[in-house]
Design a protein. Structure first.
Length: 395
């Protein structure tokens, strides 16, 4: 059978999982080496969903790039535009209104809730709890409704703009959001009861997929994956932006370093997110929701935000025109996915899907492409036209 081989010395098997695999919808390849049921090595191959968004951004105006970067990831599109806009605002040298900061914070925490609930549903589906998976995604509709109330859209919100936000929050709308949050509070309590009362769930996540603190630091993991390994990092606390420094909230950190810790960190972040949104609505200052500016000066700017999966970093180099010379995006999955390898070692092959899912990987925002001449062992930089001309099918 192609792709399945037996080692001569240790009788190990290499099991290919992917590019189409049982864990996630996105295509990536994992080569798992096992002895019996025990994983002894793993190799992760990415690159199947590369779209060249950074290159596309260098051929569009800054304003059009807002909508482009919103599509880097459909799950966390709000934090991508938030970080991109922050970077441009840093480049231009403007400060957005206080009201806009609070509104951006509300959007980001709503997005965190929907992302974490989506992750809970996927994880429960992977370990066979489809009924609870459906319950979680049913409750996720609550936050999707709130996002639509606030922005007009359920996905790709088109809410952030340079200098602020596009839509304001009226008192009537704020009341409606708070009523929806009451429903979310009840849903989260029910979720916690169901998660903690079933011993079968604990059996699939406790002491599985260990990533100790030193290894987490070595791999520079971010977000809930880091905080579940006792690494207390969170951009919202370490380098506050928007209204996070004006709101009372806490960072969730666990030291058991397993999948259960990643579950508990994300659950507590759901509770904290509801708390942050309520306080932001309560303390929402009066004033404008955006400011204008004239042009894009020459220079370099960087910015970062805490996406649902971890630190999101943007870099912009401007040549003084309305089209960026270079845009670099580093997503949290880019650093989290390599950490799956040490998590897999000495675990069973049956636990591979949930271990991979525990870092909440997003491959579409991770993939990069490097062109290598294997005969000369050299790397090249080529234009898209050169690549197309060389490898275009002959008709």
């Amino acid at each position: 059978m192609e792709g399945l081989k037996v080692g001569r010395k240790n009788r190990s098997f290499v099991v290919p999982i992917g590019p189409y695999h049982p864990t996630l919808k996105e295509a990536e390849y994992f080569k798992i080496e096992v002895e019996g049921e025990r994983i002894i090595d793993a190799d992760i191959k990415v690159g199947y969903t590369h779209r060249g968004i950074e290159n596309i951004a260098m051929h569009r105006t800054y304003w059009r790039d807002i909508f482009l970067f919103e599509r880097v990831c459909g799950i966390c599109s709000g934090v991508h535009t938030n970080t991109f806009c922050q970077t441009v605002e840093e480049l231009v040298g403007i400060e957005i209104p206080e009201r806009a900061k609070y509104l951006r914070t509300i959007l980001l925490e709503l997005e965190r809730i929907h992302s974490h609930l989506l992750w809970f549903g996927v994880g429960l589906h992977i370990i066979g709890f489809d009924t609870l998976f459906m319950h979680v995604w049913r409750d996720r509709e609550i936050v999707q409704d709130i996002l639509e109330m606030l922005t007009g859209n359920r996905v790709n919100y088109a809410y952030n703009k340079f200098g602020g936000v596009r839509r304001d929050l009226s008192p009537t709308l704020a009341k409606g959001i708070n009523e929806k949050l009451d429903l979310m509070d009840k849903a989260l309590k029910t979720l916690f009861q169901e998660l903690t009362s079933d011993p079968l769930i604990f059996a699939r996540v406790k002491d599985i997929g260990i990533l100790d603190k030193n290894t987490a630091k070595k791999y520079c993991v971010a977000g809930p994956t880091a905080r579940a390994s006792s690494v207390a990092i969170d951009v919202r606390k370490d380098d506050p932006y928007d209204a996070y420094d004006k709101i009372d909230w806490s960072v969730s950190v666990y030291d058991s370093c397993d999948i259960l810790a990643r579950v508990l960190v994300r659950y507590e972040e759901l509770v904290e997110a509801v708390k942050i949104i309520r306080q932001a609505i309560k303390d929402l200052p009066e004033g404008p929701i955006s400011v204008e500016f004239d042009d894009f000066p020459e220079g370099i700017a960087t910015s970062r935000c805490e996406a649902p999966r971890g630190e999101l970093f943007y870099y912009i180099k401007s040549n003084g025109t309305n089209i960026p010379e270079r845009v670099k995006v580093r997503t949290p999955s880019y650093v989290n996915i390599p950490s799956v390898k040490p998590m897999l070692i000495d675990e069973t092959i049956a636990d591979m899907p949930i271990i991979l899912a525990s870092v909440d990987p997003c491959f579409s925002c991770t993939d990069r492409v490097t062109i290598v001449d294997v005969r000369k062992n050299r790397k090249y930089t080529v234009t898209f036209e050169e690549l197309e001309q060389k490898f275009r099918r002959k008709r």
